[in-house]
Design a protein around this ligand. Structure first.
Ligand SMILES: NC(=O)c1ccc[n+]([C@@H]2O[C@H](COP(=O)([O-])OP(=O)(O)OC[C@H]3O[C@@H](n4cnc5c(N)ncnc54)[C@H](O)[C@@H]3O)[C@@H](O)[C@H]2O)c1
Length: 423
């Protein structure tokens, strides 16, 4: 029997989405060019961590509502085709839509009137109209009458897919009213409100959702650097700003990156009316690793031959996703100072030594990702026991709750007296 919906690109977004459709009883065909990814789905083993995904995979395999293939052309067996391919940026402020074009080229000979294509990937303004124009040009379809094309951007946060797919308003920008209606009907299966708009407004809404977050975190990151310059404590200043103040609040500092935030602003920069503004936001976030390394050097002198333990390789806490993580930049910068760098992250696929081995005898410990297992009294005590009270802890996330970006283990212990740690 033909599938109801095909999902092209079984990545961090596509696979949970395919499972969510299949879990609602739709027959799903998942398409990916990566044979390991396909084997993992066939074997019922999630290839990455997303809460709830492993159970969903077991359910949809038992219900036999999901099949997978490496052939994009097979996606045309379903009336609805959802594209969840990666859309990285070239390094010079331009979206890279090669994967999307390649999938479209594979689909072209197989498309027929009645097909619906939903672009779920994050795309630069104008990309949905480009896709519609591409299909019209090469197959002569009237988009919105013969074949339907809409952008339905994915706005979930990694780690919250199954929670948010049924609650976040689903933005749909159709090329023509009928396109919006068809893609809206497909995503209506999740029960969240469907918000119809134009393709370019859907594209802008998604990109600017991420720009808002990227800029939101750049402010406390810049404040953290300003505070260091003035000998002030960023956590105290943030508390002064936010305490009982009714008009918004400033976020907390951290290593702000990841595969979406780091690239999506570039899609707006392509044609920006204020070139440079968001590049400056990016530069602030991108310079946090250097700020932390310079802070270490100010306190410890040369890092040559000093042991620096880095906790966390993931791009944020409680994920196994290492893509575009600033931890890698931090490690490279530490290595350029000739520090002896050790790394521990129990969540990512990259194998790392145990915590004890990583922090034993360390002169400094940097919390690069605030995984919940790091942010405990027990972890701090183990660091204290193995690295000693003179070890410098660098904790921009305030993972240990001492409200100090740079503080020695002994200061942490003093601050910890009588205070509960974040569990
Ligand atoms: N990861 C997130 O949290 C998140 C959130 C919202 C939106 N997005 C957006 O969703 C899109 C997908 O992101 P992702 O993180 O899932 O990417 P990903 O790299 O994890 O997934 C892309 C998948 O497509 C496959 N692929 C690439 N080219 C292919 C081809 N020609 N044919 C078949 N398969 C192919 C890859 O093997 C990979 O499995 C991006 O545009 C991203 O910006 C991601």
């Amino acid at each position: 029997m033909a599938p109801d919906v095909s999902v092209i690109g079984l990545g961090r977004i596509g696979l949970p989405l395919a499972l969510s459709f299949a879990d609602r009883g739709l027959r799903v065909l998942g398409v990916d060019k990566d044979p390991e990814r396909l084997a993992a789905v066939r074997d019922g083993q999630m290839p990455f961590y997303e809460p709830g995904a492993q159970d969903a995979l077991a359910r949809v395999r038992a219900a036999d509502t999901i099949a997978v293939t490496d052939r994009v052309a097979h996606a045309a067996q379903a009336d609805c085709i959802v594209i969840t391919l990666g859309t990285p940026s070239f390094s010079h402020v331009e979206i890279d839509i090669r994967d999307i074009r390649s999938a479209l080229d594979d689909l072209l000979p197989h498309l027929r009137p009645g097909h619906t294509i939903a672009l779920r990937s994050t795309i630069a303004p104008g990309t949905t109209e480009f896709v519609a124009g591409y299909l019209a040009k090469h197959r002569g379809f009237v988009i919105g009458e013969d074949v339907f094309v809409a952008h339905a951007p994915e706005r979930i946060a990694a780690g919250r897919f199954f929670e948010e797919i049924g609650t976040l308003p689903c933005i749909v920008g159709g090329v023509g009213e009928a396109s919006g209606e068809r893609v809206g009907a497909l995503f209506d299966v999740f029960g969240a409100p469907i918000v119809q708009t134009t393709p370019v407004q859907a594209e802008l809404a998604k990109i600017w959702t991420n720009i808002l977050r990227y800029a939101t975190f750049a402010l406390p990151n810049l404040l953290m650097m300003d505070c260091e310059q003035h000998g002030a404590n960023v956590f105290s200043v943030i508390d002064l700003i936010n305490r009982d103040y009714p008009r918004g609040g400033i976020a907390m500092p951290g290593l702000t990156a990841g595969t979406c935030l780091r690239k999506d602003f570039a899609f707006s920069e392509e044609r920006s009316a204020a070139p440079g503004m968001l590049l400056a936001v990016s530069r602030v976030n991108e310079s946090v690793p250097l700020f932390l390394v310079e802070g270490l050097k100010r306190r410890m002198g040369s890092l040559n031959g000093r042991k620096v333990a880095v906790l966390g390789l993931a791009f944020k806490g409680n994920t196994d996703d290492e893509r575009d993580s600033l931890a890698h930049k931090l490690i490279r910068l530490l290595e350029r100072e000739l520090a002896d760098v050790t790394v521990h992250d129990p969540r990512v696929a990259t194998p790392t030594p145990p915590l004890e081995e990583t922090v034993a005898g360390a002169d400094a410990v940097v919390v690069a990702a605030n995984h919940s297992e790091f942010c405990t009294d027990a972890t701090l005590r183990r660091i204290g026991a193995l690295a000693g009270g003179d070890a410098l802890i660098v904790d921009p996330w305030n993972c240990f709750g001492a409200a100090q970006v740079f503080a020695y283990v002994s200061e942490h212990s003093a601050l910890a007296n009588g205070r509960a740690f974040i569990a």
